[in-house]
Design a protein around this ligand. Structure first.
Ligand SMILES: CC(=O)SCCNC(=O)CCNC(=O)[C@H](O)C(C)(C)COP(=O)(O)OP(=O)(O)OC[C@H]1O[C@@H](n2cnc3c(N)ncnc32)[C@H](O)[C@@H]1OP(=O)(O)O
Ligand SMILES: CC(=O)C(=O)O
Length: 524
């Protein structure tokens, strides 16, 4: 197995993504996670760029990393200026990291048109900068910015820039597809030539502007690149960088490369989701390997086959990357989909039992009415319980009323009144809320907490409304999905109606009933 050095730049190129800004504390937490994951290099920021990155490097200095080497990132010295007088280079030294990554120009067009200097001065800038940092005891990695575009326009000059970096003492020469516009076969051919020509090991850094960053990085590794640069979840400038959460498993599970310890692969899904929370970005459900849908089966025939043998529709066991199989309830489900759920409630029922057929038909007819049970498996369980007579009526809602007030107040703009019955006792309560659904939620809980005090720990975490037939305008049916938690478990329920309050009410009542069932089962 060939070792690939993993170079993570989530904290530098990842932070150049639209919508992402990590605080110093976030950055420290991400360094800790990446170090525990076992990546080889962590490019943690650009100290010449802003005071936050400088503060970060100061704060991280006393921390000892177990595995990773920390890198500070910056450009070659400015034109016609001695390197020791360059403020950015001095900031790189102050960052006090064992590794410094320097990017420089490989494309002649950039040299003359963007940094307005001569081709020779650019070569001097590269060599001087690397030599200076190397003499200061740093490991220096050279990022050849726009290398592939440069090579396509003027291959001799692009190669000369790499020679200047090698002469300056670069430990790696990293070929960058900075504009992300190069296609895999071009990457393959160019990387092959460069790997042959240089003794210094080669790295690859790809952007995703053609959707090829993963494919381009993979093919460069196959052609002999031995350092892979990328980011968690593929965050990065414009369309992002090569996604390490996809590339690491591809390299390690599908090709004969070693990136991180096998047991650490199991942490990948958790880290991918955790970092999206920290970055305040929705996690991409469709992301290969680590997305919520990566091992979610919906087609009835697929589910039947997966129950018989998971290899039938899964390219790897989900646990290998810390993900899990999900079986989705929907109109395209078959009896096998629902069977494990039914048998969890009543083990005597089997695939050919009439109840199984009735339940699947009911499920499909509800989906036809607008229900969607993906993410609302708790409503499915309650529906099954009602169908097979395994349902318990914990409470009955006798009556409710909701009033919205005008003029609007910032808080508590609505009031809900509710009458519930538990056994032969009745209670009437009222609550104010921030809008009618919030008022209703509070009123139901207030009423029921008298009988079921354990409901105090139970709360809503997400509430989504979807208009189903937009042509019907304000008379349209809506579907409400809610997610609830007791602090430990999370469950989803659904309600559908032309009345948003009623749809919300249905989902709320299912959520509370489901919780009470779970509590009852745990007590038994
Ligand atoms: C491909 C990449 O992702 S490279 C990294 C890109 N990342 C960033 O730009 C984020 C961090 N950058 C910053 O905070 C700022 O741009 C700074 C602090 C580095 C520089 O800010 P300023 O000095 O105000 O310059 P500004 O950003 O306007 O322009 C960039 C300057 O860098 C010069 N430059 C660009 N690339 C290089 C290079 N490889 N070597 C030397 N100088 C370079 C440009 O010529 C320009 O200088 P000029 O105005 O004298 O022509
Ligand atoms: C260095 C870098 O981020 C790039 O060339 O894309």
């Amino acid at each position: 197995m060939k070792k690939i050095a993993i170079y993570d730049t989530t904290l530098r190129d990842g932070a150049q993504a639209e919508g992402i800004s990590f605080s110093v504390k976030d950055k420290i937490k991400i360094v800790e996670k990446l170090d525990a994951l076992g990546v080889d290099y962590i490019e943690a920021g650009n100290p010449g760029s802003n005071p936050k990155d400088l503060e970060f490097f100061k704060s991280i200095a006393p921390m000892e990393l177990k595995h990773s080497k920390l890198a500070a990132f910056g450009s070659t010295r400015r034109t016609n200026k001695p390197v020791e007088e360059d403020a950015n280079i001095q900031a790189l030294l102050r960052a006090n990291t064992p590794v410094v990554a320097i990017f420089g120009k490989s494309w002649d067009f950039h040299v003359t048109e963007i940094i307005h200097t001569t081709l020779q001065e650019n070569l001097n800038m590269i060599q001087d900068t690397l030599q200076y940092l190397k003499d200061k005891g740093k490991e220096v990695i050279y990022d050849a910015e726009h290398f592939f575009d440069g090579y396509k326009h003027n291959p001799d000059y692009a190669v000369e820039t790499l020679r200047a970096a090698a002469a300056g003492g670069a430990s790696w020469l990293v070929l960058c597809d900075t504009n992300g516009g190069t296609l895999p076969l071009e990457i393959k051919e160019i990387t092959r030539k460069i790997v042959k020509e240089f003794q210094v090991p080669i790295g690859i850094h790809c952007h995703n502007d053609t959707g090829m960053a993963v494919a381009n990085s993979f093919i460069a590794i196959q052609e002999g690149a031995r350092q892979l640069q990328g980011t968690l979840n593929g965050y990065g400038e414009r369309c992002g960088n090569a996604n390490l959460c996809v590339l690491i498993p591809n390299l390690q599970l599908k090709a004969d490369y070693y990136c991180i310890e096998d047991k650490k692969l199991k942490e990948l899904t958790g880290i991918s989701r955790w970092v999206s929370e920290l970055a305040n970005m929705a996690h991409d459900e469709k992301m290969p390997y680590v997305g919520n849908s990566a091992f979610a089966h919906k087609g009835g025939m697929h589910i039947d086959a997966v129950h018989k043998n998971p290899l039938s529709f899964e390219h790897i066991p989900p646990e290998v990357v810390g993900n899990e199989r999900r079986v989705l309830m929907s109109e395209v489900a078959g009896r096998s989909t629902i069977l494990s759920k039914i048998r969890g409630i009543d083990g005597r029922i089997h695939k050919e039992s009439p109840e199984t057929k009735e339940i699947i038909e009911r499920l499909k007819s509800l989906e036809n009415e607008g229900y969607q049970f993906e993410g609302a498996e708790s409503s499915v369980e309650l529906m099954i319980r009602r169908k097979i007579g395994a349902h318990k009526r914990f409470f009955e809602i006798k009556d409710f009323r909701v009033l919205s007030e005008k003029p609007w107040k910032d808080d508590n703009s609505a009031t809900a009144m509710i009458k519930v019955a538990v056994g032969d006792q009745e209670a009437v309560t009222a609550a104010e809320g921030n809008g009618p659904v919030n008022a209703l939620d509070k009123a139901i809980r207030k009423a029921l907490e008298v009988f079921y005090p354990q409901l105090k720990n139970n709360r809503l975490t997400d509430y989504k409304v979807r208009v189903l037939d937009t042509n019907a305008a304000t008379g349209a049916k809506v579907r409400v999905h809610i997610e609830s938690t007791d602090g430990e478990n999370v469950w989803g329920t659904v309600g559908v109606s032309t009345d948003i309050i009623e749809a919300s009410f249905e989902a709320l009542v299912d959520s509370i009933e489901y919780f009470l069932f779970r509590e009852m089962e745990q007590e038994e």
